[in-house]
Ligand binder design. Sequence first.
Ligand code: ATR
Length: 282
Amino acid sequence: MSIRKACVVGHPISHSRSPLIHGYWLKTYGLEGSYGREDIAPVDFKTFIATRFRETYVGANVTLPHKEEIFKLVDQTLPRAQKLKAANTIWFENGKLIADNTDSFGFLANLDQLASGWDRNLKKAVVLGAGGASASIIAALMERGTNEIVLVNRSEDKARAMAERFPDAPINVQFFEDMNTALDQADVLVNTTSLGMVGQPDLEIDLQALPTSALVTDIVYVPLETTLLKNARIRGNKIVDGLGMLLHQARPGFERWFGKAPEVTDELRRLIEDDIVKAQKK
Ligand code: ATR
C-alpha cells in the first residue's frame, strides 16, 4: 500500500502548527505516513478538493477561510459541524468524503486532562465572545449538561444571533459592563475572544465577583499564560491554558487517517511550546 498522506489546507497556512503535531505522532508511533501543508486560495479550493486532494490524500484538516465552504464539497457533513457552521477535519469512509468538527472535543478533552472533575455539578458557565470559537465552546458546555451559560459579548446583535443558534441552550446574554453579575457564582469562565493574544489588546476584566473555586480557561495560547489566566491564577483560581485544545482537536483526525489513537503527552506540549517561543523571538 502507498504511504498515507494527510495535510492541513488553508490560506495562508505557513503559521499552522498542525504539521508539527501530526509529524510528532507519526514519528512517535513509528507509522509510515506524511502530513503536509497546502496553501490553497478560495478560488482554487473546489478544484483542489475534487482533484489533487482526492488523488493524493487520505484526509485533511481544513482551516480558514475554507471551514464552511468545505460543506459543499464533501459527501456528508456530520450534524455537529453543521450546527457549528464549520468543519475542521475530513476523511474518507467507504469511499465517501466526510466532514466533522473536533473543536468541542478538543476543548473538553483538554479540561478533562488538566482539570479532571471540572464538569462535576456544573451549574453556571461564563463564555466571553460570540465569534466562531464561541459556538464550539457553547456546544461543548451543553454536552456536559451546564445549567446556565452566560454569554458576554461586546456587540449585542452577535450575542443574540449566537444564542438563537442554540435554541435548546440555557443562554443568558450579558455585557462586559455587567461583569460582576455575570461572574457571580460561576463554575467556569472561558475566553473565546482573540483578546489577550499577542498583537491584540489585553482582556482586562475585573474578576472580583468570580468564586475562587471557578475554573478559568482561555482559547488563546500565544502567550500561553494570557493576562486573564495570570490574574485568575494570582487570586487562586485553577487555570488551564488554550494549547491543549489545539493538541486535542487534532486527535480524531490522526486516528481516522493513520489508524492509531494518539495521546497528548507532556513531550508534545513542550515541543509546541518551544515552537511558540521560537516564533515569538523572530
Ligand atoms: P470569529 O471567531 O468568528 O472570527 P472574531 O471577529 O474574531 O470572530 O471575534 C471573536 C470575538 O471576539 C467576538 O465576540 C468579538 O466581539 P464582537 O462580537 O463584539 O465583535 C470579540 N472581540 C474582538 N475584538 C474585541 C474587542 N476589542 N473588544 C471586545 N470584544 C472583542
